[in-house]
Design a protein around this ligand. Structure first.
Ligand code: APR
Length: 234
């Protein structure tokens, strides 16, 4: 395998599946149980903030019941080896990449373990429940505190940083994502338009499997460590 100088990795819910975290679009996924319009849109939050808070409070509390898996740890080992030559972008709002040892994680859909004030905009680490009574520690407003996650219809975070990384990449790797949600699902097209090899590591071919130049299918906790071993021995 040729030596790579700049690798961009995009992860999705599939990388956390083997840790026991539900994916979104699998038959038993989150969106089979909840209507995302009700719990993951600004309109849903305006209509029923208590429902949205209970949805995210349960997911935030659930973080303590799960552990990083071999795929998270393998990407942390790769970061250790490659340093700044690896850019890890995740759609996931869980903290399993960090708990698996990754130090630089770009959470383009935000983080469950952060809360943001809709009045003053300040975001901060947040482990406990949120409610409409929660006051912003910075500006004192209540009713405006929300999970620091990106809802449908909102602009993902760090898009400029991600564009710069893809522009400099000589390998793009997508792990554990169905390729359903843009702009993340469009990153492979941006890389391909620059002639960059693109690899998909997933349980099964994603919606945009056709866009990749290479693929390995299987459980992330098995195929990601194997791929990292191959990269590190090349
Ligand atoms: N190993 C590898 N891949 C897996 C595993 C596993 N053990 N289990 C499931 N997968 C794959 C599924 O086949 C699917 O292609 O992970 C993918 C998960 O897809 P989604 O559930 O759509 O999750 P994701 O792609 O991360 O969703 C993107 O949509 O709802 C929004 O904001 C949410 O960040 C999320 C975004």
């Amino acid at each position: 395998m040729p030596k790579r100088e700049n690798i961009v990795i995009l992860t999705g819910a599939g990388i956390s599946a083997d840790s026991g975290v539900s994916t979104f679009r699998d038959p038993d996924g989150v969106w089979a149980k909840y209507d995302y319009n009700e719990v993951a849109t600004p309109e849903g939050f305006a209509r029923n903030p208590a429902l949205v808070h209970s949805f995210y409070n349960a997911r935030r509390a659930g973080l303590t019941d799960v552990q990083p898996n071999a795929a998270h740890r393998a990407l942390a080992a790769l970061e250790e080896r490659l340093g700044d030559a690896l850019t890890l972008v995740t759609q996931n709002v869980d903290n399993l990449h960090e708990r698996g040892g990754s130090k630089r994680v770009i959470h383009m859909h935000g983080e469950l373990s952060k809360a943001r004030c809709g009045a003053c905009g300040v975001a901060r680490a947040w482990e406990r429940d949120l409610s409409v009574e929660t006051r912003c520690p910075d500006c004192g407003a209540d009713r405006f505190m929300r999970p620091d996650v990106v809802w449908f219809g909102e602009m993902p975070m760090f898009m400029d940083e991600i564009a710069v990384a893809i522009d400099a990449a000589d390998l793009f790797v997508s792990i554990g994502t169905s390729g359903n949600v843009y702009p993340a699902a469009g990153f492979v097209g941006e890389a391909r338009s620059r002639g960059v090899p693109c690899m998909e590591l997933n349980l099964e071919p994603s919606e945009n499997a056709w866009a990749f130049t290479d693929a390995r299918y299987g459980r992330a906790s098995e195929i990601v460590p194997a791929w990292v071993d191959a990269i590190m021995s090349s």
